[in-house]
Design a binder for this molecule. Structure first.
Ligand SMILES: Nc1ncnc2c1ncn2[C@@H]1O[C@H](COP(=O)(O)OP(=O)(O)OP(=O)(O)O)[C@@H](O)[C@H]1O
Ligand SMILES: *[C@@H]1O[C@H](CO)[C@@H](O)[C@H](O)[C@H]1NC(C)=O
Ligand SMILES: *[C@@H]1O[C@H](CO)[C@@H](O)[C@H](O)[C@H]1NC(C)=O
Ligand SMILES: *[C@@H]1O[C@H](CO)[C@@H](O)[C@H](O)[C@H]1NC(C)=O
Ligand SMILES: *[C@@H]1O[C@H](CO)[C@@H](O)[C@H](O)[C@H]1NC(C)=O
Ligand SMILES: *[C@@H]1O[C@H](CO)[C@@H](O)[C@H](O)[C@H]1NC(C)=O
Ligand SMILES: *[C@@H]1O[C@H](CO)[C@@H](O)[C@H](O)[C@H]1NC(C)=O
Ligand SMILES: *[C@@H]1O[C@H](CO)[C@@H](O)[C@H](O)[C@H]1NC(C)=O
Ligand SMILES: *[C@@H]1O[C@H](CO)[C@@H](O)[C@H](O)[C@H]1NC(C)=O
Ligand SMILES: *[C@@H]1O[C@H](CO)[C@@H](O)[C@H](O)[C@H]1NC(C)=O
Ligand SMILES: *[C@@H]1O[C@H](CO)[C@@H](O)[C@H](O)[C@H]1NC(C)=O
Length: 690
């Protein structure tokens, strides 16, 4: 018996990672460290011993972890130990001012996390984000501002616990000896040393950075935390990094770590150096250089002359206001080259604003979509660009990312991330090879809703999309739905004649109040979203002139069937009945609610999101979409806003507000004079305005 016990205890000891590792590690460069460091993703150790986590290709991940785990907690009382680490890193971005995305010192349960690139930094994925079962501590050096994770800017240091929403963060900076604070550019192509110190008595985690080997007296981040519940007994330490559409090379030059003590100091001058950009020259080449300099000078002078002549010819003069615009300004040549001279072969599609081309930017493999807009007035452009300057910084996983822009005479080019699976309308209507199943459709609906909610409520100012419709919902290679074209409609509204404001939108998606007030609101976006919901569920467009008369206008048809209690009859028959009936019912009912003619009767996107997530029940007794008109005998003769509210209230306002709150300090335009009765009137309005 005693023998058996001893046998088993010995067996158990073999299974538990043994803590006979020294509790300390030190790498001044990683030459020959292949056995001690486990690499995954694209991480590799260079000839001179530099550890490169990623290169400048988009959507990569790189991980490097110490091969064996460290014991981070006292197994008797479960208290985390103190530790300290120091490392040097450098970030070399593809474009000088645009990093992508960053790197993180990581304490993790796994050496090869099942994670995503881009804003996820190779640490987590969309499904485990924020889950306390992750047991993850990361100190991030982030060079992209992701609004989704509430990043403060595109050059910050943050402490992340189980999530990518930092628990503490600060713009990258360091303290000098006299305690003054200097800004530091993380992607400055030079080595930056970092010290991360955790004191388990004070329960303090400090992060200190400096561009020199001397540790500043003051940390840049101090975060009070007891790591005991976050860490497990045995954890791996290392680094994680990722690139997105924009990319950087992320390097680690040296690393030291110590459990329960001060990590050995690193000396930046003894660490491997960054790969040189341009090749250095030997002295033997001096003569050649001298001769070629003269030659180059001649070429330079003639190209300056050539350039000036071309400049005058092209009149591509950069005006002051253009320099103030936020996102990257591409040169026309760059984009012309990227799209093979805007060749028809690269044409992705043609929309109301212009053509869209597929392209690959020179010096990178990132695919982009270039939208060319012509013939717009300078005035409109300028207003639009100032909007881009603020809106162009919007980042959310359900918005198509605007990478940059370019202007050349009357041509105006916008560069977006490329969406491999094209637009939703193509997958729904254009006789696609494969029918989108309900699961995917429902996910896309939720994606669009969260993108639109973000535009309405997630940013510092309310952003109205103005042109929500199936062809503006684009799908990436994983079929994630993303809203495109936000803000573009505004450009169109400011037509060449400033005294007329054209109403923008697309037939069937245009809220009935819009032609009258001319003022787009969050609630007119909700109307368009309602049309999109019905479209996805029924697999047909909002207005189908060729359909039977009673089926021509989708909302009316769905409403009729709903009234008759046969709402599932309208479902896209190509789904062959393969769908979740409760989800379908939610989508159809929401579609009816959002399509209400009266703006305040529509839910907000926040409410829509709650209905879609199943956190709230969609009311059973819905209002007819054209119900305000019914209240007045079918004629749209309600004069003045007060009358409208009165008739509204006298009918069954109370009943409605009990089922969902509708009077949420909405922007109700007082010029709201009358209400449209039927979507047919839209047809007329649309013809007049286009
Ligand atoms: N980022 C992108 N990636 C891939 N394809 C795109 C991208 N943007 C647009 N497209 C394709 O180009 C087509 C035209 O797009 P565009 O947005 O110009 O027109 P639209 O949305 O149909 O109309 P409107 O200009 O009135 O919004 C889309 O249907 C889509 O297939
Ligand atoms: C690396 O591993 C080897 C044996 O595998 C060991 O002798 C050496 O001390 C380790 N180096 C470090 C820095 O851990
Ligand atoms: C970056 O690494 C990937 C994977 O190792 C490789 O396919 C790609 O060519 C590299 N890109 C550059 C610019 O070196
Ligand atoms: C773990 O905690 C126990 C009880 O608090 C203590 O006696 C022991 O020395 C600790 N072990 C280590 C390795 O710190
Ligand atoms: C997300 O990460 C968790 C934990 O690492 C893993 O179990 C899961 O499979 C991952 N999900 C995806 C979609 O990769
Ligand atoms: C967290 O992860 C665990 C296991 O991975 C899972 O069972 C749980 O549902 C997740 N919690 C949330 C809120 O996602
Ligand atoms: C860290 O932030 C996450 C979410 O942002 C939060 O859930 C968690 O409680 C925070 N942890 C600590 C220790 O503050
Ligand atoms: C962390 O920094 C604070 C000052 O901000 C200092 O009092 C504390 O001793 C530091 N702790 C460690 C472990 O460095
Ligand atoms: C745009 O300008 C070109 C020539 O500059 C002209 O041929 C074309 O008709 C114009 N298009 C519109 C819509 O005004
Ligand atoms: C489009 O999505 C499908 C999944 O339905 C996927 O198999 C395919 O690879 C995607 N197409 C492209 C071009 O990425
Ligand atoms: C239908 O969807 C609801 C909510 O998403 C879910 O709770 C339910 O389990 C699903 N039913 C089936 C049969 O898949």
């Amino acid at each position: 018996m005693a023998f058996l016990l001893r046998f088993f205890s010995a067996f158990i000891f073999v299974l538990i990672p043994v803590s006979c590792q020294p509790g300390e590690l030190f790498f001044a460069g990683f030459k020959g460290a292949d056995t001690n460091i486990t690499l995954s993703g694209v991480a590799e150790i260079g000839k001179n011993g530099i550890l490169r986590l990623t290169n400048e290709t988009s959507r990569l991940m790189g991980h490097a972890f110490y091969a064996s785990p460290f014991q981070f907690k006292n197994s008797t009382n479960g208290k985390a130990f103190s530790f300290s680490t120091s490392f040097a890193f450098a970030i070399v971005p593809e474009y000088p001012k645009l990093g992508g995305h960053g790197l993180a010192f990581t304490i993790s349960t796994s050496k090869n996390p099942q994670a995503l690139p881009s804003q996820y930094l190779g640490l987590l994925n969309a499904s485990d984000l924020g889950n306390f079962t992750n047991h993850l501590l990361a100190v991030e050096f982030d060079t992209v501002q992701d609004f989704e994770f509430e990043d403060i800017n595109d050059n910050h240091v943050g402490i992340d616990i189980n999530s990518l929403k930092s628990n503490a963060s600060t713009p990258a900076a360091y303290y000098t000896d006299d305690s003054s604070k200097l800004d530091l550019n993380l992607k400055g192509k030079y080595a930056i040393q970092v010290w991360v110190d955790y004191d388990s008595v004070q329960n303090l985690l400090n992060v200190t950075i400096s561009p020199t080997s001397k540790k500043p007296r003051l940390p840049i981040l101090t975060f009070p935390i007891d790591l005991s519940p976050i860490l497990k007994d045995y954890m791996y330490v290392g680094f994680s990094s990722s690139t997105g559409l924009l990319a950087s090379s992320h390097y680690i030059l040296g690393w030291s770590f110590k459990m329960n003590g001060q990590a050995r100091a690193l000396d930046l001058s003894s660490l491997p150096s960054l790969p040189a950009g341009p090749k250095k020259m030997h002295t033997g080449l001096t003569i050649v250089v001298a001769v070629s300099s003269v030659f180059l000078a001649i070429i330079a002078i003639s190209s300056v002359i050539f350039y000036v002549i071309r400049k005058i010819k092209n009149a591509d003069i950069i005006e002051d206001w253009e320099l103030e615009i936020g996102p990257h300004r591409y040169s026309y040549q760059e984009l012309k080259q990227a799209t093979n001279g805007f060749s028809d072969k690269e044409l992705l599609g043609q929309g109301g604003f212009g053509q869209v081309f597929k392209g690959t930017l020179p010096d990178s493999t990132a695919q982009v979509a270039v939208k060319r807009i012509s013939n717009e007035s300078k005035q409109g452009l300028r207003e639009f660009l100032s909007e881009i300057a603020s809106v162009g910084r919007l980042r959310h996983r359900n918005l198509v990312l605007l990478l940059g822009w370019c202007r050349r005479r009357d041509d105006f080019l916008l560069v977006y991330e490329y969406m491999a699976n094209g637009s939703l309308d193509k997958l729904l209507f254009d006789e696609p090879k494969k029918i989108l199943n309900w699961e995917k459709r429902f996910k896309i609906i939720k994606d669009v809703a969260s993108g639109l909610l973000y535009l309405h409520e997630g940013y510092e100012q309310v952003v109205i999309h103005r042109d929500v419709k199936a062809s503006n919902v684009l799908l990436d290679s994983e079929l994630t739905g993303k809203l495109g074209d936000f803000g573009l409609a505004k450009l169109y509204e400011h037509g060449s004649n400033p005294s007329t404001t054209r109403v923008v939108g697309t037939l069937g998606y245009l809220a009935p109040e819009l032609p009258r007030t001319g003022k787009a609101t969050a609630s007119s976006d909700v109307y368009a979203f309602g049309a999109l919901l019905l479209e996805v569920a029924c697999g047909r467009r909002p207005v189908e002139p060729k359909a039977l008369p009673e089926e021509m206008v989708l909302v009316d048809w769905v409403w009729e069937r709903f009234r008759e209690g046969r709402v599932l009859d309208v479902v896209d028959h190509r789904l062959n009945g393969q769908y979740n009936e409760s989800e379908m019912a939610v989508v159809l009912k929401l579609g009816i609610m959002c399509s209400n003619n009266v703006p305040i009767a529509r839910p907000t996107m926040r409410q829509v999101m709650r209905f879609l997530d199943g956190e709230a029940q969609v009311p059973e007794n819905l209002r007819a979409p054209q119900w305000a008109a019914c209240a007045d005998g079918g004629r749209d003769v309600i004069h003045g806003f007060d009358d409208f509210v009165n008739s509204f209230a006298s009918s069954s306002f109370d009943k409605m507000s009990s089922s969902y709150s509708i009077m949420e300090n909405r922007d109700i335009d007082n010029s709201f004079a009358s209400l449209s009765t039927s979507p047919f009137s839209l047809l007329r309005v649309r013809e007049e305005t286009r």
